[in-house]
Design a protein around this ligand. Structure first.
Ligand SMILES: *[C@@H]1O[C@H](CO)[C@@H](O)[C@H](O)[C@H]1NC(C)=O
Ligand SMILES: *[C@@H]1O[C@H](CO)[C@@H](O)[C@H](O)[C@H]1NC(C)=O
Ligand SMILES: *[C@@H]1O[C@H](CO)[C@@H](O)[C@H](O)[C@H]1NC(C)=O
Length: 399
């Protein structure tokens, strides 16, 4: 850290401008989001079974179709941009699309896979289908908006001109890895990565073709650190777990996926010259949180708040099951604000808040812009000087 700071100071002295002003904030009127349960604000719940209590208990005080006790990272992103929480595209009840829509569904993959919701909770709405739904959404809302006789008929509809100014956020890939781990084994799954990444890129190109210009792309998280996996590990062989207790082989594949994704994003920057594409290192943000859990005020990083899991049992959060012959309900812990993992797979409101504070600030993104600066106008921003601002900010506590 110190070496970097002095390098930046030298640069600052050389330019006479140690901390140039940040790029101007963009006018971002809408968010269009694509992904899986990490950012699903009610899609799969509307399509299949809604999650029951205790989901939603900390923040919304009732279940709201999110796999968490409260807000997801996409909710904190909406807050940061000063926009309302996103309605799910599949939700037909009181949905309001004035400032965007959410196409993410829990269990979604980038590639279509040969499993179903009824088998391994795989969503039928893979990324290509989500993009197709976006196309339909855009065409139909534009038609309705232009047909409308007055503003009252435009209620809940996005303004057609906003599609080009919107930010397109994407968080998907973890279920593709889970699928190949299941069907091919962890080591062999490496071979599937190029195809998954190519299909991801196709979806980005399609969105660009439909006018999307600002992309905020999360890489995949440390899947080997999921606490539910952790509960199954008994007497691990040397090297099976990494230094903080995550399954090393699974994380190696996640890292390989992320390297290829990053390279693809670099390529897309030249293929799609009018777009700005931010690559966000979600893996590092989440890994840092888990490894520094106690320093950051959380319980040990693999603690699960809701659900009962051990070597032989899996009773997921909000479900009933039998343990040693007696029926138990998998309820939540006393203080969800002290745990990182809500249910063994998904993060708590408190964890999502910490992660969102880090990433929306630009601390984990390339280019190192804050999310409010992601628009094509800021494409040419001076990356090094921006990095210095971020670093400077990083030294002051975040809230
Ligand atoms: C939809 O949301 C917008 C922006 O928050 C708000 O102005 C509008 O009144 C909402 N529409 C309805 C019908 O509530
Ligand atoms: C699904 O099955 C088909 C036919 O066996 C195969 O060609 C395809 O590669 C499979 N897809 C995945 C993602 O495994
Ligand atoms: C179930 O029984 C086993 C064996 O008696 C015991 O070790 C375990 O703690 C019990 N589990 C629960 C949740 O009570």
């Amino acid at each position: 850290m110190e070496a970097i700071i002095s390098l930046l100071l030298v640069v600052g002295v050389a330019t006479g401008q140690p901390f140039p002003p940040p790029s101007p904030a963009c006018d971002i009127p809408a968010i269009y989001n694509f992904g899986d349960s990490n950012s699903d604000t009610g899609g799969i719940a509307a399509a299949f079974y809604p999650p029951g209590p205790p989901s939603g208990e900390t923040f919304f005080k009732r279940p709201v179709g999110r796999a968490s006790d409260g807000r997801l990272i996409i909710d904190f992103i909406a807050e940061k941009l000063g926009l309302p929480y996103l309605s799910a595209y599949l939700d037909s009840i009181k949905a309001n699309y004035t400032h965007g829509a959410n196409f993410a569904t829990g269990g979604a993959t980038i590639r279509r896979v040969n499993e179903s919701w009824f088998e391994h909770d795989v969503s039928p709405f893979s990324l290509d289908i989500q993009v197709e739904q976006f196309n339909q959404f855009k065409d139909r809302t534009t038609y309705l908006y232009n047909q409308a006789k007055d503003d009252s008929q435009r209620q809940n509809l996005p303004r057609p001109n906003d599609f080009m100014k919107a930010i397109y956020t994407i968080d998907i890939g973890q279920n593709d890895l889970a699928y190949v781990f299941r069907t091919m084994g962890v080591e062999a799954s490496r071979a599937a990565i190029p195809d998954i990444i190519e299909q991801f890129a196709n979806s980005i190109r399609q969105l660009y073709g439909k006018g999307a210009r600002a992309f905020w792309i999360h890489n995949t998280g440390p899947i080997g650190c999921l606490p539910v996996t952790h509960t199954k590990v008994v007497n691990p062989a040397a090297g099976y777990l990494d230094e903080i207790g995550c399954v090393a082989g699974q994380n190696r594949i996640a890292n390989e996926f992320n390297e290829k994704l990053r390279a693809k994003v670099v390529q897309l920057r030249s293929d799609l010259p009018k777009a700005i594409l931010a690559y966000v290192d979600m893996y590092s943000a989440k890994y840092q949180l888990i490894s520094k859990a106690k320093d950051l005020g959380f319980k040990e990083g693999f603690t699960i708040c809701c659900g009962y899991h051990d070597q032989d049992n899996d009773i997921y959060c909000g479900n009933k099951g039998k343990i040693n012959g007696s029926e138990v309900f998998a309820g939540s812990c006393k203080d969800p604000t002290k745990v990182i993992s809500w249910d063994g797979v998904h993060y708590s409101d408190a964890a999502n808040r910490w992660i969102a504070n880090q990433i929306t600030y630009g601390l984990f993104s390339d280019p190192p812009l804050s999310i409010i600066e992601i628009c094509p106008e800021n494409k040419g921003a001076n990356k090094l000087s921006l990095a210095s601002i971020r670093l400077n900010s990083y030294l002051t506590p975040l809230t």
